[in-house]
Design a protein around this ligand. Structure first.
Ligand code: ZN
Length: 356
């Protein structure tokens, strides 16, 4: 992990935004910028200094994991430690992560600054660190690939094990055990196993419902390796699928392949979403694809960039994201196929290897 490089990129962004420093509270951003894996703490990053503020429980861990940082011990009372933290820094504009700081926390910070008569202005920033995180370093792509290999193997394993009469919950548990035994950290999101009409719910929760012959079974799984996630969806059918399954499945595959073939450097997430969506619309299922085409994957299982209607983010080399069109028909069920891809030299390389 090249913390110094990441800090340098962030400092450039601060200059562009005319901010003197940034107060980082979002957990994945905190880890990304410092290497500190504790579950509580803040970073204060100025052009000259990098401070990690955390409480007694994490001081030793912070020293070990974040050698690029000066460690500052905090207490439960922000009015006590925040003025001391910024006292020597003569800051004019301090950025805070508007998408993460709660209303209460913002009020406390404002009160503290007013009482201590600081002239500092709190400036909301959004997506600054997330934007850096969207472009992966080679080491990050390696970790994501390791997580993807575990999910690919889990899918191939469950395809052999799954049988009619097994419940969605049982299948989900079999998958989770496999993922953990093969080296995944706690899974990054709840496993989805949805059969028959349940698969019409894009984010169904595994239920005691037994899997029957001839119906769609939607499986969406992820593993995590050294903090990095993978994300994979497949839809299978035990026994002979009906005509709807075949038509819906072929349409979803075509939408996915169309999107993958068209992605090139600089294209926006919105443009790619639209291409896949058009394939689904032309097959008569326009209303049945109600979610975005894809999302970035990294330290969070859902992160920048977003590939969805009107998404203006431009896809660039080093981005890792999913392509996951789906068709959901109430009462019948749904099909989603999701692969993890990486953009390299302006082209897409598909990371997922699980059979379709
Ligand atoms: Zn996904």
């Amino acid at each position: 992990m090249k913390i110094a490089n990441r800090l340098q990129k962030l400092r450039q962004k601060l200059t562009e935004k005319e901010i003197d420093a940034i107060f980082v509270s979002q957990p994945e951003n905190r880890y990304y910028l410092s290497g500190f894996g504790g579950s509580s703490g803040y970073l204060l990053i100025t052009p000259q200094s990098a401070i990690l503020a955390t409480d007694f429980r994490y001081i030793e861990q912070a020293k070990r994991q974040a050698p690029d940082y000066e460690i500052f011990q905090i207490s439960a009372d922000i009015a006590d430690w925040f003025p001391r933290l910024i006292a020597e820094l003569s800051l004019g504009r301090l950025g805070f992560e508007a998408g993460d700081i709660t209303f209460t926390m913002h009020q406390r910070l404002t009160d503290t600054l007013n009482k201590a008569k600081f002239k500092l202005r709190l400036v909301p920033v959004d997506g600054l660190v997330e934007y850096l995180r969207a472009i992966k370093e080679p080491e990050e792509i390696q970790l994501i690939t390791r997580a993807a290999d575990i999910t690919d193997n889990a899918f191939d394993y469950i395809k052999d094990v799954i049988h009619t009469g097994m419940s969605e919950k049982e299948v989900a548990w079999e998958i989770e055990k496999f993922l953990r035994e093969k080296g995944s950290e706690p899974v990054p999101f709840d496993i989805i196993v949805a059969a028959g009409s349940n698969s019409a719910l894009p984010h169904a929760k595994p239920s005691p419902r037994a899997i029957r012959c001839g119906e769609p079974v939607l499986i969406d799984i992820g593993a995590r390796v050294e903090g990095y996630s993978s994300d994979l969806s497949r839809t299978i059918c035990l026994g002979i699928p009906d005509d709807t399954f075949n038509k819906v499945y072929d349409t979803v595959v075509e939408a996915q392949l169309t999107a993958i073939a068209a992605i090139k450097n600089g294209i926006t997430g919105g443009e790619i979403d639209n291409l896949a969506r058009t394939v689904i619309k032309q097959a008569g299922y326009g209303e049945a694809f109600g979610h975005s085409l894809g999302h970035g994957v990294g330290l969070a299982p859902h992160e920048a960039p977003r590939l969805g209607p009107n998404s203006s983010e431009r896809l660039a080399d080093g981005m890792v994201f999913t392509i996951e069109p789906g068709i959901y028909i109430t009462g019948w069920g749904g099909v989603r196929i999701e692969d993890l891809v990486v953009m390299e030299s302006g082209k897409i390389r598909v990371i997922s290897k699980a059979s379709k």
